[in-house]
Design a protein around this ligand. Sequence first.
Ligand SMILES: [Zn+2]
Length: 242
Amino acid sequence: MSIKNTIGLLLLIAACTTEVRQPENVHLNQEEAITPTPVVCHLEDSIRDAGLVDVQFVNPDIRVYLRYSTRNNFLKKEMYGCLDHAYLQTMAAQKLDTAQQLLSGVDSNLHLLVWDAARPRSVQWKMWNTLQMPFNEKKRFVSNPKNGSIHNYGFAVDLTLCTSSGELLDMGTDFDYFGKAASASDEWELVQEKVLTEEQFDNRKLRRNVMLKAGFTTINSEWWHFNAMSRPEASAAYAILE
Ligand SMILES: [Zn+2]
């Protein structure tokens, strides 16, 4: 046999032996057949590796709809990709658990609905770079990633309230509304100016009361935002989620 024919024969043998045939009479059991391959989410893995906890693991009554994991946000783009669970540092998650328990004590039909929680700085950069506008204007919409926000440390949460059937309580504006009605201070004046209704005022007050009793603090410019720790305290003891 010539060398050429020998090589041809070897290639034919190799092709035959590498062909995979499904043996007959072998059936996958039902569990093997329907179990999907686990989806790897590196962003979520990095948050877990930093020691943060899933708020719904701490209290399953808390509802989560991460707006930056969808296109339903002011940037109209997905920022989180595969991440759709809300994570916080353990101390902040425990406070949120307390807030949900207080809320359930007032009305068992009500739930905290988390719109954003821990936000790695890589996502903050993505948000920052998505905004096509001068530096000073950008700061109105997204805090400068170089400084690191309390969300980047896992100690801030953005939330509203919803019912067990998923209906949102009216707070007067949507998440990330950049106008006067977003203010969390002087809300009674906003009612008198007819910027907010009394019902919206009462809904905000109920939510803020349970959050304050649970140990969170507010900021004046965004009614949906709460801090479990100040930025100086967080930066002294914790690393930014990168
Ligand atoms: Zn926030």
